[in-house]
Design a protein around this ligand. Structure first.
Ligand code: NDP
Length: 405
C-alpha cells in the first residue's frame, strides 16, 4: 500500500552563476554495470532525467518533481538553508521527508529535528550523513539513508588528483602560465616525485581502498589504518602495511589521505598533536569531512612548514565563511565540496534517491546497504561505519557565508 500524501523538502546548491546549462561538454556518460565490490547500481523502477545533466542544483531537482507530483506529494526545492528565516526552517516544520546533499548540507541539528514533529525520513543524496544529528534521529526513530557507493570512486579519483597536485606543485605552475610567466625555478622549488614516497590512508572502506588501488601503480609504499582489517589477499596484492593506530601510521608517511566518516570518534582526529607526530613536510589530503581536522591546527602547520601541503574539498561548516583560514593559508589546493558531485556521480545518486523514495512510498524495505539509522538504532552501513552521537555542532556558522556572483 502506498503512503498518504507527503511533504518532501529538498535542499540543493544554487544553479551556475551563468544560469542552468543549456548544453554540456560531453554528450553522454559511461554506463556502469556494477560497483567494484559487486554491489548493484541504484535500481529505481524509472527515472525522469537524462544521465550526465546537472541534477544537483535547484533547477535540476534531482529529477524528482514529476515522480513525486504525479503521486500527489508536495515537493519543495530550495537552496535557502542557513540563518534566520531560511526556507528550510520554514518548510521543515511540517515536512515528512528531507533530502540533502553533503556538498551543501541541510544541517539537521537537534533543534531542527525537534521543530519537525512529522519528519520520518532523511535522505542523503550522496554519502556521509554527519550533517544529520544521528542521535536525534535514533531517539526520534527517523530513518536516515544514503546512496552508499554512488560517488566513492569519484572521490578516489579526486584524491589521486590532489595528491599529485600537491606533491608536484601543480596549481602554482598553472598560475604562472595564466599570469604570462615562464618561471620554471619558481614552479619547481616545491615540486617532487610521488614515486618512492610512503602513502597512508585513514580507513580502507569504499573510498580508502579505491585510493590505495589507484596509487599502487605509482610505485609508492602503501599503509593503512582501519577499525577492521582488509582480507589478507588484498593486503598482499597491494603490498599494504596495516597499522593498529593512526598515530603509528602518520609517523612513517609522507602523504596521508583521510577517508573515514565523521562521527564523534573521528571529530578533530587531526589536531596539533597528531600533526606534530608527522614528518616535517608531509602532505594531507582530506576529502572525507572538514571537521576531522582542526582547522587552526592545519593552517598553523602550513605556516610553520610542518605540513608541505593540504588539499581536500570538505570544510566545516559548508559553505565556509569568507574568513575561514583554509581559504587563505599557504600551499593549499582546496576546492569547494565537489569531488562526489561530478555529473557522472549525480546520475547515480539521483537514481539512488529515487530508489529510496520508491521503496519508502510503497512501504517496501530500503536496501540494508543504504541504511544509516533505522528503527531507533544505527543500521546497515551506519552500524558498520558510524558511532552514535552528533557531529553537527557549530553548523550555524554556515549562515555567515556571503555569495559571490
Ligand atoms: P565506507 O563506509 O565504505 O568506508 C568508511 C570506512 O571508514 C570504513 O572502512 C570504516 O571502518 C572506517 N572508519 C570508521 N571509523 C573509523 C575510525 N575511527 N578510524 C578509521 N577508520 C574508520 O564509506 P566511503 O569510503 O564510501 O566514504 C567514507 C567517507 O568519505 C564518507 O563517510 C564521507 O564522509 C566521505 N565522502 C566524501 C565525499 C566527497 O564528495 N568529498 C563523497 C563521499 C563520501 P569499519 O567500517 O571497518 O569500521
Amino acid at each position: 500500500m502506498s503512503r498518504e500524501k507527503l511533504k518532501v523538502v529538498c535542499v540543493l546548491y544554487d544553479d551556475p552563476v551563468e544560469g542552468y546549462p543549456k548544453t554540456y561538454a560531453r554528450d553522454s556518460i559511461p554506463k556502469l554495470e556494477k560497483y567494484p565490490d559487486g554491489q548493484t547500481m541504484p535500481s529505481p523502477e524509472n527515472i525522469d532525467f537524462t544521465p550526465g545533466q546537472l541534477l544537483g542544483s535547484v533547477s535540476g531537482e534531482l529529477g524528482l518533481r514529476k515522480f513525486l507530483e504525479e503521486r500527489g506529494h508536495t515537493f519543495i526545492v530550495t537552496s535557502s538553508k542557513d540563518g534566520d528565516n531560511s526556507v528550510l526552517d520554514k518548510e521543515i516544520i511540517d515536512a515528512d521527508v528531507v533530502i540533502s546533499q553533503p556538498f551543501f548540507p541541510a544541517y539537521l541539528t537537534a533543534d531542527r529535528v525537534a521543530k519537525s514533529p512529522k519528519l520520518k525520513l532523511a535522505i542523503t543524496a550522496g554519502i556521509g550523513s554527519d550533517h544529520v544529528d544521528l542521535q536525534s534521529a535514533i531517539d526520534r526513530k527517523i530513518t536516515v539513508a544514503e546512496v552508499t557507493f554512488c560517488n566513492s570512486i569519484s572521490v578516489s579519483e579526486h584524491v589521486v588528483m590532489m595528491i599529485l597536485s600537491l606533491v608536484r606543485n601543480y596549481i602554482p605552475m598553472y598560475n604562472w602560465v595564466v599570469k604570462g610567466g615562464w618561471n620554471i625555478a619558481d614552479c619547481i622549488s616545491r615540486s617532487y616525485d610521488l614515486e618512492g614516497m610512503q602513502v597512508g590512508s585513514v580507513a580502507s572502506g569504499r573510498i580508502g581502498l579505491a585510493v590505495l588501488r589507484r596509487l599502487h601503480p605509482f610505485d609508492v609504499t602503501l599503509h593503512y589504518f582501519d577499525r577492521h582489517r582488509l582480507p589478507n589477499s588484498v593486503e598482499k596484492e597491494l603490498n599494504l602495511t596495516f597499522h593498529d593506530s593512526v598515530e603509528s601510521m602518520v609517523r612513517v608517511c609522507d602523504v596521508v589521505t583521510i577517508n573515514c566518516p565523521l562521527h564523534p570518534e573521528t571529530e578533530h582526529l587531526f589536531d596539533e598533536k597528531m600533526i606534530g607526530l608527522m614528518k616535517r613536510g608531509s602532505y594531507i589530503v582530506n576529502t572525507a569531512r572538514g571537521k576531522i581536522c582542526d582547522k587552526d591546527a592545519i593552517a598553523n602547520a602550513l605556516e610553520t612548514g610542518q605540513l608541505a601541503g593540504y588539499a581536500g574539498d570538505v570544510w566545516f561548516p559548508q559553505p565556509p565563511p569568507q574568513d575561514h583560514p583554509w581559504r587563505s593559508m599557504p600551499n593549499h589546493a582546496m576546492t569547494p565540496h565537489t569531488s562526489g558531485t561530478s555529473l557522472s556521480a549525480q546520475a547515480r545518486y539521483a537514481a539512488g534517491v529515487r530508489e529510496i523514495l520508491e521503496c519508502y512510498l510503497d512501504n517496501k524495505p530500503i536496501r540494508d546497504e543504504y541504511l544509516i539509522v533505522d528503527g531507533g538504532a544505527l543500521a546497515g552501513t551506519g552500524k558498520h561505519s558510524y558511532s552514535e552521537g552528533s557531529a553537527t555542532s557549530g553548523s550555524e556558522e554556515a549562515a555567515k557565508f556571503k555569495k559571490i556572483n
